[in-house]
Write a protein that binds this ligand. Sequence first.
Ligand SMILES: [Zn+2]
Length: 219
Amino acid sequence: MLKFTLFKIPISVHWMFWLLAGFLGGGLQAQSAADWHKVLVFMLAVFASVIVHELGHALTGCKFGAGQAQIQLHGMGGVAQFGSGGLSRKQRILMTMAGPGASILLAIIFCFVAVNMPQGSQADSYPTFLLAYFVDVVVTINIFWAIINLFPALPLDGGQILRVALGPKKIKLTCVVSFITLAVLGTILLMKTRSIYNLMVILLLGSYTWNLYQQIREG
Ligand SMILES: [Zn+2]
């Protein structure tokens, strides 16, 4: 497992993270060396993007006194965890919003980079082509993820915000909203992309809420 520290926050990366990033980057279809270069660039773009998103949560949490933060990157993305420090409801909501906020900020910065990059021409060198692909992927996935992440479904950031906003007494309502959101999102994604992978992600997200719902019912 890859481990390093950034802004005094320990970060660990599970091998499943690389596997899924490689799969999403087209690793199964890659045939030539050029294809593999693009897969690697895609993986790096995903890696940088998830780190920035989680740093948004972690640094905001630390600033509010949530205790020592640590970031883990796993097969489904990433998670920022904290020590024992307690946060107010408003602080928890702000800390949760800081993740998608960091993603949107990164997308805006890279949009600016993309606009100011030399336009593609035959004379472009190969590294410039790969750099342009990196910028392109960062912009696309950060906008896409920020939007998806803000849907009110657990365990996405939007679902966490809803959970904190409604409070522990209305956790059942949070679960119901979560299920409805996932059902609508799943139907739209399936109709638009016809991808089994998207359906699996929705089912996996749904299983989180289902487990939580069972725990509440069992008290
Ligand atoms: Zn997040």
